[in-house]
Design a protein around this ligand. Structure first.
Ligand SMILES: *[C@@H]1O[C@H](CO)[C@@H](O)[C@H](O)[C@H]1NC(C)=O
Ligand SMILES: *[C@@H]1O[C@H](CO)[C@@H](O)[C@H](O)[C@H]1NC(C)=O
Ligand SMILES: [Ca+2]
Ligand SMILES: [Ca+2]
Length: 355
């Protein structure tokens, strides 16, 4: 399907729908429906193709050389933690109820997957992301050049800071006139959930479950807002790349970064993990739902089906005033073929041996 059709018929209605949530405090989302009656069945087919592709890469990787795609991982000890919160900040996101969750030991990428990591993957597989196939991706208006903006006539009324940009992709995060050459150590952006699965599979890894992600985010602390505690800026220091100033007009970049930061910026949490909150949103393997059983769970994998996938951690665009989602219990969602200039991922892996 031609990109303009996809945009007109699919993206805008969805974004307007999300805009209603945005009014209650939720921008930072964009996407295309993977199913539905808006003529988007092509994106579903693309998703199926991704999975087949991922299996191929996996088979190829087994033949050797996959260590080239492995960023450093941290062994996360198994344990029990409180997932979610009894004091949800954003009720409609399903942040509650708090429930006890048992997690077996596993491995987590120390950093968000970087542009360099992703380039290595593309170099060795020829992988083409969904944004490249569709021919466009969503970019935050504040990051665009005047030349690119002048070329866009499609505004999204309820979330005007998101613009569909032709030619925006992981290699050109702000459109064709932009490049990642000075940002190879920054998180890869404009990758869909399907792209993330393909990368992790190639690297001999997988996406973390939401429970594993949140357990990792908390870094061994119980019931804290952030990976480092409850105070946003202990001793006045910045611990994450989020937004300072008035959103969406005045990004003061007090934390040092207007857009993304290197994946190794800011202090790590108790498990040695970097940028779990802020910088780029991170895909997880779970389908999205907002109602959770309060019962104890062991290694939960989320609902067995759905239309959206869970993303965690918030991004450099998050500000308390409208997107207070740089908390471990916070969550949001996009369709698996969505991509945007603030959404990336990291991979996890099983611990060796029986669980
Ligand atoms: C990918 O391939 C290009 C062209 O050969 C090369 O310049 C670049 O360094 C490679 N990237 C990585 C991360 O290996
Ligand atoms: C942006 O916010 C800062 C801090 O509140 C303020 O000093 C500055 O004047 C603002 N800039 C604009 C262009 O509004
Ligand atoms: Ca920032
Ligand atoms: Ca992050």
């Amino acid at each position: 399907m031609a990109a303009p059709t996809r945009l007109c018929r699919c993206l805008v209605p969805l974004l307007l729908g999300m805009g209603m949530v945005a009014a209650a405090g939720t921008p930072g989302t964009s996407g295309t429906p993977g199913t539905g009656d808006c003529g988007c069945s092509a994106s579903r087919a693309a998703g199926d193709g991704r999975e087949a592709a991922a299996r191929r890469y996996s088979a190829a990787a087994a033949g050797g050389g996959r260590s080239a795609g492995r960023g450093p991982m941290v062994a996360i000890p198994g344990g029990v933690f409180t997932m979610g919160t009894q004091e949800p900040e954003i009720q409609q996101d399903g942040e509650g109820p708090a429930r006890r969750v048992h997690i077996d030991s596993f491995y987590m990428d120390q950093y968000e997957v970087s542009n360099q990591d992703f380039e290595r993957f593309v170099n060795s597989t020829g992988y083409i992301t969904e944004a490249e196939k569709f021919g466009d991706s969503f970019v935050f208006e504040g990051m665009l050049s005047e030349a690119v903006k002048a070329d866009i006539h499609q505004a999204v009324a309820a979330a005007p800071w998101w613009l569909p940009v032709k030619g925006a992709s992981w290699k050109h995060p702000e459109g064709p006139d932009s490049s990642i050459s000075s940002r190879m150590d920054h998180p890869v952006l404009h990758v869909s959930w399907n792209d993330a699965v393909a990368f992790c599979t190639w690297a001999g890894k997988r996406l973390p479950t939401e429970a594993e992600w949140e357990y990792s985010c908390r870094g061994g602390l119980e019931n804290r807002l952030f990976p480092w505690g409850n105070k946003l800026q202990p001793k006045g220091q910045h611990y994450a790349n989020i937004w300072q100033g008035e959103f969406p007009t005045n990004n003061t970049a007090e934390d040092g970064y207007k857009g993304t930061a290197p994946v190794s910026a800011f202090p790590p949490n108790g498990y040695g993990l970097y940028n779990m909150v802020g910088n780029a949103w991170e895909w997880t393997s779970d389908w999205w739902a907002v109602h959770h059983s309060p019962q104890d769970l062991h290694n939960p994998k989320g609902p067995s089906s759905g239309t959206d996938r869970v993303k965690k951690g918030g991004s450099y665009m998050c500000h308390k005033s409208y997107c207070y989602r740089y908390r471990c219990a916070a969550r949001s969602q996009n369709t698996p073929d969505s991509s945007a200039s603030n959404l990336g991922f990291r991979c996890a892996a099983d611990a060796p041996g029986p669980h």
